[in-house]
Design a protein around this ligand. Structure first.
Ligand code: DC
Length: 228
């Protein structure tokens, strides 16, 4: 128990509400927020810019040994920098979502990002979201949450989000892409998306964001007594 980290680890598939929930939980608790998906997205973007294939783990690992990636909490989530250049604006396209899912399969990529993610604990209590926060990156997290929702609900959320931001959207297409990404993320050999044995499973299909945030904040306050 003594070696627990003051970390709220939140994992789950795309569209489970993870990002919004994690950001709000961090804000409510006054904890630092870490969006690890942004790092995998940055790797996909850099590879695209440098003509490195998303399929080539070896070359991706080499690329990462030559570039300095960093991530900083920002107003709207996390900002990612590659050799000091802020690449955050370019990380949210469907293409980069696809690339991030592909590059995240490679052990060379996962290994290269591990220390960077873990070093965040030096900033104090943390809310970290991704796919392997509870299982690999912060197995000693004081609170582990696995957020889930049915694929229909997740596709519908993404669809509304895209329409809301004025992007063209096709619900069936989004649903199919979500299924492909789930399949890739949960069947890969290294650090697959999975609910840790000691995680609390929260199905968000019939809950709104505030309900989910309230629940996690209450659990965190009960578990984490790190002087806040
Ligand atoms: O959470 P997101 O949609 O921004 O993540 C993008 C991709 O990165 C996702 O398809 C899987 C991968 N990822 C991962 O493998 N491990 C993490 N901790 C976070 C994201």
């Amino acid at each position: 128990m003594d070696d627990q980290l003051p970390v709220v680890a939140i994992d789950g598939p795309a569209g489970s509400g993870k990002s919004t929930v994690a950001r709000n939980v961090a804000r409510r608790l006054g904890y630092t927020f870490l969006d690890t998906g942004a790092l995998y997205r940055a790797v996909a973007l850099l590879a695209q810019r440098r003509n490195v294939s998303w399929e080539n783990g070896e070359q991706l690992g080499e690329m990462l040994s030559q570039v300095e990636l960093s991530i900083e909490p920002a107003e709207t989530g996390c900002a990612v920098f590659a050799d000091g250049d802020d690449v955050s604006e370019e990380l949210r396209s469907e293409e980069i979502s696809r690339g991030a899912s592909k590059v995240s399969r490679h052990p060379q990529v996962r290994q290269a990002l591990l220390d960077l993610q873990r070093s965040f604990v030096t900033r104090g209590p943390l809310v970290a979201e991704g796919r392997d926060m509870a299982t690999v990156v912060f197995p000693q997290a004081a609170l582990k949450i696995y957020l889930d929702a049915s694929v229909d609900v997740r596709a519908q959320r993404r669809y509304q989000q895209m329409l809301g931001s004025g992007q063209p959207a096709d619900l069936e297409e989004i649903r199919r892409a979500a299924q492909v990404r789930d399949q890739q993320d949960s069947t890969r050999a290294v650090a697959p998306l999975a609910c840790a044995d000691d995680a609390t499973l929260v199905d968000t299909s019939d809950l709104n964001i505030d309900q989910v945030v309230d629940k996690i904040v209450a659990l965190a306050r009960a578990r984490i007594t790190s002087g806040r």
